[in-house]
Write a protein that binds this ligand. Sequence first.
Ligand code: URA
Length: 259
Amino acid sequence: MQERLQKILSGAGVTSRRAAEVMITEGRVSVNGVTVTELGSKADPEKDKIAVDGKPVSMQKNKIYLLLNKPAGYVTTMSDPDGRPVITELIKGIPERLYPVGRLDFNTEGLLLLTNDGDWANKLAHPSHEVEKEYLVKIRGVLGSDKIALLSGGIQLEDGMTAPAKIELIRALEKNVWFTMTIHEGRYRQVRRMCEAAELPLVKLKRIRYGNILLGDLKTGEYRLLDPAEARMLAGVEKKPRGEQMTKAAPVRKRPKSR
Ligand code: URA
C-alpha cells in the first residue's frame, strides 16, 4: 500500500515525521535509487527500496520504548552542531536508532521518553493528547499565595494564556522553595516561562512524571525500557484508572535534600 514517505520513515523508526520531512526536502531520501524531494511523495514500504543517505531503510523493526533520567547539561537531540553532550550518548547497548519524544531544555533534568516507534511518538506529541507532565521546581526566594494563584489560574505568556497548572508545595527552606507544577500543554520552555512571568527565579527544573509513568528512583543518566503495557497505556490505547500510577521504581516523590 502506498503511503507518504515521511510516514514510512517515521514508522520504520528512522526519525520523527517532522524530521523525516526535512530529510526529504534536503534530498537525503531515495526511492528505488531515485532521490525524492517532494513532500507529498508516496511509496510502498513492502515493494519499494527506500534509502536515507544511501543506506537502505529496514521495515522490520523491534519497537523500543525507553525512559531516560536526563541529566542537566545534555541536548535533547541526536547530534549537536556546537559539540555539546547529546542524550543518545547515554544510551549504550541498544542498536536501534532511538529519538526523543518531545524535548527537555539543556539544563532541565528528568523523565525523557525515547523510541523508534514513529506512530507512538506522533500520538504522544499531538496537541490533542493532553497527557499530564509533572515537574519538580526549585526557586530562589518565597512562593507566596499570590504566585500560586497566578500559576494555578493560568498565566499570560507571549504566545497566549496557559491552561491552569496544578501547584503543590513540597518544601519551603530559608532561601529556596521546592514545589511541583503539573501541566498538560507542551509549549516551548513552558515551565521556565511561566516562572519568569510570575517573577519566580528558577534554580532547578526536573520532570518527574509523564502521564502515569513516574521517574521514580531511576538515577540521573540511567534508563529503563518501558514494558509494552506501559507504552500502550501512555498512548491512550489502554486506559488506567485515574490516580493509578505505573512505575518499576519505588518512590512516588522523594523529598529533595535541603540546600
Ligand atoms: N518546561 C520548560 O521550561 N523546560 C523544559 O525542559 C520542560 C518544560
